[in-house]
Design a protein around this ligand. Structure first.
Ligand code: ZN
Length: 256
């Protein structure tokens, strides 16, 4: 039962002078999250860290010019696998326990999540034909023994708290719905939102056991009112204000 060995695990592309998108091409699309690096004057920001199958510090450490603040937009297993590699780890209080218990104990999808969650995902628009979360493995990682490693959350944040990189300031927005402690990072000066799984340009998940559709509707109303010019989501491609409003309106028409 071998999967092929992948010699490089992460890929990256520069978005602009300061922002780099990093992702894991061998993780199945549903679980392939966007990892965002922002280079600041005094600190580096990392928004989410992927599955934790390979070391993100080894792979993209050359991008880091200062100490790294690793933020978890929420505690889902596809976003928090690499946080254990950092000593400045930021999350919302309602998500911190997920990081500290390292949710993913198997790379086998049904074994890890149970059939019920897999059925919810299928009904939400994700074909669930894959047996594993990955279609290859990094050198030295075994399918049978992989476990995510727990991280230590060193700073709890909530609505209105600030992540300060020296020359750039991100405000924490509490955006519940997908999960209770989902947060976004909002930079008013540039109209930039790192939104995690609160909003991205693909099927949104609001029927997971920890999801809350009424809260999600309120989050969508809030996002419509936000003067964002670019949204860097937890999955899929980035988008602008018009698409933001379209996605929110569509969600509210369906669920509101
Ligand atoms: Zn999620």
């Amino acid at each position: 039962m071998g999967l092929p060995v992948a010699t490089s695990w992460f890929e990256r592309t520069k978005v602009d002078d300061a922002i780099t998108l990093v992702w894991e091409p061998h993780v199945v699309p549903l679980m392939r999250c966007n990892i965002w690096h922002v280079a600041g004057r005094d600190r580096d920001l990392l928004v989410d860290t992927g599955m934790g199958v390979a070391s993100i510090v080894e792979a993209v450490g050359d991008l880091f010019e200062h100490g790294v603040t690793a933020v978890a937009t929420h505690g889902h297993d596809d976003h928090i696998g690499g946080h254990h590699e950092f000593d400045d780890v930021v999350a919302h209080p309602l998500e911190a326990s997920s990081l500290e218990t390292a949710p993913l104990r198997s790379l086998h999808i049904v074994e890890a999540w149970g059939q019920e969650v897999v059925d919810v995902l299928e009904a939400s628009g994700y074909p669930m034909h894959d047996e594993y979360f990955v279609d290859a493995l990094p050198v030295g990682v075994a399918l049978e023994t992989f476990r995510q490693r727990p991280a230590r959350v060193t700073r709890l944040v909530d609505e209105g708290d600030v992540i300060d990189l020296g020359d750039r300031v991100f405000e924490v927005l509490h955006l519940p719905g997908h999960s209770p402690g989902s947060i976004g990072l909002w930079e008013a000066a540039t109209g930039t939102l790192f939104s995690g799984d609160a909003i991205y340009d693909g099927p949104l998940l609001d029927e997971l056991p920890e999801s809350d559709i009424a809260a999600y509707c309120a989050t969508m109303e809030r996002l419509i009112a936000l003067p964002a010019t670019v949204v860097h989501g937890g999955h899929e491609a980035s988008f602008g204000r018009q698409r933001l409003v379209e996605i929110c309106d569509r969600y509210l028409a369906l669920r509101g």
